[in-house]
Design a protein around this ligand. Structure first.
Ligand code: 6R9
Length: 656
């Protein structure tokens, strides 16, 4: 499947402090081991206990796990629940006036929303959706800025059993179009625009452009939240303002009780083909994963914590640790509209101070960029409220880990490096911070009940110290159930026959050290991780190839100090190879093009032109060679079969 590299040896170990351990939900390694042993001894009983303790069921389940149609697993599959009920209604008797959301806008304005107010807004919006004909099982696309209304829209869908599919606001009209069509969305929820870093970015016009691309007859209505105040083109037959939709709607709405397996949402993510995959999650199992990981990994203390996950709701992290996990536990959480560097690089630290944040969860790429912009900045703020830090999205390098630990956590807060994926729904490998000693750069040990392993291409465990494929050997509740509309792709991608057809192949390589700690080494497929965002090289290649100037393109990643990985594109133009100012002009044009085809996050950092691409005799692009060229490495491969070795010289030059 892919090449496996090794990582540096890291020897620093940080055991939990006595103080942290004393107060932790899971305190000490013996408790961790007891949970793990319980799961190993009675796997189904373990998960059933957890599901009964964490979730309020409308109808208790009598069935736990169905493996009869593997890998299409089912969990708690005769139980009934409603996810929004679990996030809102069940807290009202005791916590109606408690703050659920502390929303900080880009310009610093703060709005607090209590559980009662959130419940009222969710119910009103749910009634609004129903008034537009949205029913259980219908798909709703949400293309919104980060804010209270995004949370409301998602919770309202969950309330009526509609399946939401959130599309990150940074994706282009073209990407949005593909997702609207694939999901067959009945309704789109958007805003006139978003405000980030002082800049307005239009959203509604992208929805109009997406629908204008055609084949979107499924969309009956577009609901528009007024945020930026920008002028917006209006189609009176289809468009409706959010405030008009909810005006006069009842602020109660009986939840739609759904089967545990009812799809809660679809979230598109990149894979190794040109088309994104619609990862489909369940209601019961997914919610359980969000709840347990909040309790275990974030050591949630609902009565005193102020939780802040900086992820946008357009990503899985925003689903599990903004919209569902913290609310299911009845916590107070911060949500932030803006960017970490506006008005300056102290924004995160100021917000932690202002809102007395106890638990802070962000991505290594944000940490690295903030180190660069002001490694002393955190010390200018009072960060004494913090008790726990987390990271997600990509491997964190030990230097960034140490800075996070010392400068932000003041050598007092444990760091939970959490490995998981869109597909796993919740944390899989991460420290339980009151139990597991951490090591900078390692996501440490699997959570209790998660049967992770590192295997070779036949599925056999490899010895400690050796690299291999990261897999999970038993189905677990929060695992994706299918790919929307493509069960065969689901089976082939995640449960390959080579591994027996029942083992979940994560798509990452990893190794374990002598203590059994996991170290993630990188993707084994053609997926790049740029600033914690998953991008398929094939998606970028198809976007480039769709440009009229381009004959052929190949895309690889190369290490980048801040983004983790940078996108390098090798392009063959129709006609002559470009050089000089002409080349610069075309580079700018192609970068913009990719921005429009996929979204700004996918723009190549570097473009190199050649008369051809290096290929094998059978015509396959030699990607390993391109990776070496992109990194500026010595070429050690045999290139004698290349038709035109001179192109290698051409491709060594990036256009600057
Ligand atoms: C949650 C999320 C998943 C991919 C995953 C892996 C990488 C995520 C990581 C990590 C090392 C961590 N990844 N967390 N690598 N250490 N703590 O990011 O989901 O966007 O689907 O990305 O991200 O490569 O396979 P998603």
């Amino acid at each position: 499947m892919a090449n496996i590299e090794s990582v540096l040896q890291e020897t620093r170990v940080f055991p939990p402090s006595a103080a942290f351990q004393a107060q932790a939900n899971v305190s000490g390694m013996a408790s961790h081991q007891a949970l793990t042993a319980r799961a190993a001894a009675d796997y189904e009983g373990f998960w059933a206990d957890m599901a009964r303790a964490g979730i309020s069921w409308k109808k208790d389940f009598s069935k736990i796990l169905d493996e009869s149609n593997a890998p299409f697993y089912k969990w708690f599959y005769d139980g009934e629940l409603n996810v929004s009920y679990n996030c809102l209604d069940r807290h009202l008797p005791e916590k109606a006036d408690k703050t659920a959301l502390i929303f900080e806008a880009d310009d610093g304005a703060v709005r607090r929303v209590t559980y009662q107010a959130l419940y009222n807004q969710v119910c009103a919006f749910a009634n609004g959706l129903k008034s537009r004909g949205v029913q259980k099982g219908d798909r709703v696309i949400i293309y919104m800025p980060m804010g209270v209304e995004a949370v409301v829209a998602m919770q309202a869908c969950a309330r009526i059993g509609a399946i939401h599919s959130v599309v990150f606001g940074g994706f282009s009209a073209k990407s949005l179009h593909e997702r609207i069509r694939d999901a067959g969305a009945r309704l789109v929820v958007t805003a006139d625009g978003s405000i980030r870093g002082g800049k307005m970015l239009p959203l509604k016009s992208a929805v109009d452009a997406a629908i204008a691309l055609g084949d979107c007859e499924c969309v009956e209505a577009v609901v528009v939240y007024r945020r930026s105040g920008d002028d917006t083109a209006w189609n009176a037959a289809r468009d409706i303002w959010w405030h008009d939709l909810v005006n006069g709607m009842a602020q109660t709405c009986e939840p739609e009780w759904v089967n545990a397996e009812h799809p809660l949402f679809i979230l598109y993510t990149s894979g190794s083909t040109g088309h994104p995959k619609g990862v489909q999650h369940s209601s019961g199992g997914y919610l359980l994963g969000a709840i347990l990981s909040m309790q275990w990994v974030f050591d949630a203390r609902p009565d005193t914590d102020v939780f802040w996950c900086t992820a946008d709701v357009g990503w899985i992290t925003g689903h599990s640790y903004v919209v569902y996990g913290p609310l299911a536990l009845g916590m107070t959480e911060v949500i932030f509209e803006g960017v970490p560097t506006y008005p300056d690089a102290g924004r995160f630290w100021k917000m932690i101070q202002d809102h007395q944040v106890t638990t802070f969860y962000t991505a290594p790429t944000a940490i690295r960029s903030l180190i660069k912009l002001g490694s002393d900045l955190p010390r200018q703020y009072d960060l004494s409220s913090l008790r726990l830090l987390g990271t997600v999205g990509e491997p964190i390098n030990p230097e960034a880990w140490m800075w996070y630990y010392e400068a932000v956590g003041q050598s007092r807060c444990p760091i939970a490096d959490t490995w998981w994926q869109t597909e796993t729904g919740s944390h899989m490998i991460a420290p339980l911070p009151g139990a597991v000693a951490t090591k900078p750069g390692s996501c440490t040990l699997p959570l209790p009940g998660i049967m992770a392993d590192v295997v070779d291409e036949h599925g056999g465990s490899v010895p400690l110290g050796q690299g291999g494929y990261l897999v999970i050997k038993r189905p677990f509740p929060s695992l994706l159930r299918s790919l929307w509309g493509d069960p065969e792709r689901f089976r082939k991608t995640y449960f390959p026959a080579e591994l027996g057809g029942k083992t979940y192949l994560a798509g990452d390589s990893a190794h374990r050290d002598a203590d059994g700690y996991y170290w993630i080494m990188g993707r084994i497929d053609d997926v790049l991780n740029v600033s914690g965002h998953r991008l398929g090289t094939m998606e970028i290649e198809s976007a480039l190839a769709a440009n009229p100037r381009v004959a052929e393109a190949a895309v690889v990643g190369k290490p980048h100090d801040i983004k983790g990985e940078a996108v390098v594109a090798f392009v063959v133009l129709k006609g002559a190879r470009a050089s000089g100012d002409e080349a610069k002009k075309i580079v700018a044009e192609l970068r913009d093009w990719v921005g429009k085809e996929i979204g700004p996050i996918a723009k190549p950092d570097e473009i190199r032109f050649g008369d051809n691409l290096p290929k094998t005799r059978s015509g396959k692009i030699m990607r390993r060679l391109l990776r070496a060229i992109a990194r500026g490495e010595e070429i050690t491969q045999d290139v004698s079969t290349l038709e035109n070795p001179a192109i290698l010289e051409q491709l060594k030059e990036a256009v600057r």
